[in-house]
Design a protein around this ligand. Sequence first.
Ligand code: F6R
Length: 245
Amino acid sequence: MVIRIFDNQDEAGLYAASLAERAIMGAAHPVLGLATGSTVIPFYRELVRLVQCGLDLSHITTINLDEYIGLPPHHEQSYHAFMKRHLFSRVNIPESQVFIPDGSVPDLAAECGRYDEIIREYPIDLQILGIGVNGHIGFNEPDDLLVSRTHVVELSEETIRSNSRFFADVSEVPTRAITMGVQAILQARQIVLMAFGEEKAHIVAKAIRGEVRTDIPASILQLHRDVIFVLDKGSAKELSLAKDA
Ligand code: F6R
């Protein structure tokens, strides 16, 4: 496990983007697993900057972690729209090589199966993750068990409350999502989890230093052999580096 603590989010974003560049340069057909949310915005900004400096993304495949159920792809708070805004409209990844779960289809079970096929077909080289204040990764919420495969999840009250900052009212936040399961995340060759701000400090410390528990889904990353935690000083506040692994 590697832990990197940066002075600010821009530096952390640049570091994460350079890890993505390394993964892209190191594979003939690179596959990036991508996340949405406030934390990963500096990563996309710096990745776009690298593209402006000559990095080619035309041969990469991207697989997003999750999508709300009930929001059409063009809804501005859908993860489709987020990805378009922060990455896909700015770089040269062909649309046919971009995968995001579709939460607007009537047959959600079929959609989960379709997504697992995609994940099987394109093994992920580098998986970018954020972390929820409750420890979720993707939308794998704290529970008695963690689901391996792509599945429909009822979002926790904490997640709905937290994500309501992007909606006019909490009642507009979707209550369900499709998410990649933990198996796909753990099968990625390398994982980069980004976390910023003091409000994440407690859960980051638990995920990194605590026991591996299903009620702290991110703690399962301790079992992965190549995981890098990209933090700022706020989110790293409760880690004691003296106990570094
Ligand atoms: C979204 C996702 C989530 C977020 C997490 C943190 O695709 O996978 O796990 O990474 O909810 O969100 P922010 O960064 O907005 O705090």
